[in-house]
Design a protein around this ligand. Structure first.
Ligand SMILES: [Fe+2]
Length: 241
């Protein structure tokens, strides 16, 4: 299997809880390429009071990283988005054009608090839909209201939100409940795509183990769709869950 497209990773050094050095960013990207990733999109956190990143600075840092790694061998194609924490600050940024969608501008990655589905989320998703930007939801299996049942997501799924499996959840990296929830959501067919959420080069073997586990659970064809065709469709604005 190859030709994967990763829509969630943290390889820009020094901007969030991802890699700390340029060398580690390069090693992370090379590691994912060796697993079969043709394209890896960096998604640094934009989260108030924790990671107060802004679009212009992230674009400059991404350009610097891409520039400085241009001579390295075994690199995937690089891209930039962001992992937006869904609060009032986020929707303000979005409405002013200061959020950071995926390359092509057709979709944007959001994350939620770990213990609640915000009431304002439907309104935020509505606003994104109006502007033709598809919300992609990071790791639903890691939110405690969804550990046992998926129904709290139903309305959002009906509004076109695209759930993104964090492949390392399948290995138990985040604990027993996210692992169980990820297996259940795979069975339910909830996920539209799968990503690495890789934060450091040392995560790469776990991503590889997660890909193997995904193949065991859903088979080769479905795994390839989740890792390759579907993320590519998200970037083109052609995702059809
Ligand atoms: Fe992340």
């Amino acid at each position: 299997m190859s030709g994967f497209v990763d829509l969630h990773s943290h390889y820009i050094p020094g901007v969030d809880d991802g890699v700390r050095s340029h060398a580690d960013g390069v090693a992370l990207c090379q590691g994912l390429a060796a697993l079969g990733y043709a394209q890896v999109v960096a998604t640094p956190h934009i989260r108030t009071a924790m990671f107060d990143n802004r679009r212009g600075d992230l674009e400059a840092r991404f350009a610097r990283f891409a520039d400085q790694s241009a001579g390295e061998t075994g690199m995937p194609e690089l891209g930039l988005g962001a992992e937006h924490f869904c609060d009032d600050v986020f929707i303000g940024l979005f409405e002013r054009g200061e959020a950071l969608p995926y390359p092509g501008g057709k979709a944007l990655l959001i994350e939620l608090p770990s213990d609640s589905i915000p009431l304002a989320l439907e309104q935020q998703v509505f606003k994104m839909n109006v502007r033709g930007v598809r919300p992609v939801l990071a790791h639903p299996e890691r939110y405690s209201p969804l550990f046992r049942r998926t129904h709290a997501l139903d309305r959002l799924l009906n509004m076109g939100v695209l759930p993104l499996l964090d492949i390392m959840s399948l290995t138990g990296k985040y604990g027993r409940w996210p692992r169980r929830a990820s297996e259940r959501m795979l069975e339910e067919g909830v996920y539209y795509a799968a990503c690495s959420d890789c934060h450091k080069p040392e995560d790469v073997p776990s991503v590889g183990a997660g890909i193997e586990r995904l193949r065991e659970l859903v088979g080769q064809e479905e795994a390839q769709a989740l890792l390759g065709e579907h993320p590519r469709a998200i970037l083109r604005g052609e995702a059809e869950p």
